[in-house]
Each structure stands twice: as C-alpha cells, then as structure tokens.
Design a protein around this ligand. Sequence first.
Ligand code: HEM
Length: 131
Amino acid sequence: MEDPIVEIYAGIGSDAPFYALVEAFYREVEEDSVLRSLYPDDLEPGKRHLVWFLIQRCGGPSHYGTERGHPKLRVRHMPFRIGAEESDAWVRHMLAALEVTPEFGPYQASLSRYFEESAAFLINKSEIPTI
Ligand code: HEM
C-alpha cells in the first residue's frame, strides 16, 4: 500500500476517537515541563487544529484545509524551537495517547512510524555545536 495512513479514517469511521486521541495527548503535554512552555496558555484552538489535521491526514473530512489552508507543518512549527528532546517528548506523548485510545489499535504501527518521521522532520534547532 502506498500510504496506509489515508485509509485510517474509513477504518475507524467517526471523528470521536480522533478527539479522544488529541485529548489524551494534550493531557500529557500539560504535565510536560519541556513541552508545556512551547504551547500557548489557551490550549483549545491548538487541540482543534490538531484534530482536524489528523482527521484530514487519515483520509477523513477536510475541515483542516477549509479552516487553516495548506498544513505547511514545517513553516507553522518554525516559531517553536524544536530539538531532539522536544521531538522525542512529543512522540512519546502521542504514542502514549495511541495506547489509551483503543480504536487506533490496528493502526498503531503505521501511525507510530508516521509520527516518528514527521516529528523528526520538524526539528528546527541544530544541536551541532559551532566552533
Ligand atoms: C516535533 C515535536 C513537535 C512540537 C514541539 C510541536 C509543537 C507544536 C506547537 C507548540 C503548536 C502550536 C499550538 C497552538 O497554537 O496552540 C503546534 C501546532 C500544530 N502541530 Fe505540532 N509539534 C510537534 C510535532 C508535530 C507533529 C509530528 C505533527 C503532525 C504529525 C504536528 C501537528 C501540528 C498541527 C496540525 C498543529 C496546528 C497547526 C495550525 O496552526 O494549523 N506537530 N505544534
């Protein structure tokens, strides 16, 4: 299969598990001293954008595109300094959220790989020391 991710929404069949996944992810972010400071005080708009994005990316309705346009994830993450530590923490919390959202069980492997690759691609802070 070319892109297994786009089949996921059809397999799950509704928005609710995506909302549950993002709520579980944000519960972890709220407790994370590395990540919490990158996020704004009001977490609700960001939650909504992430849910819409994931639904669209998994082949569901394209509310994200209607409301936010092209995802341009690298550009949208440029305001936040993301190094390996931030990227690893993000992935850890998303994998933990997948674990507690049973509807995603059949898609854990493909989604884990997708999140790991995307998070690595969003690293924008060089950790190579300058001499
Ligand atoms: C690498 C570690 C990552 C960090 C530290 C990070 C952090 C953030 C922060 C601080 C925001 C802004 C939230 C707000 O405005 O309330 C955001 C937005 C967002 N992130 Fe990430 N993120 C990471 C990885 C990812 C990955 C891997 C994806 C997708 C697979 C993703 C998808 C999004 C989306 C869709 C938004 C909303 C964009 C919009 O404004 O329309 N992020 N992220």
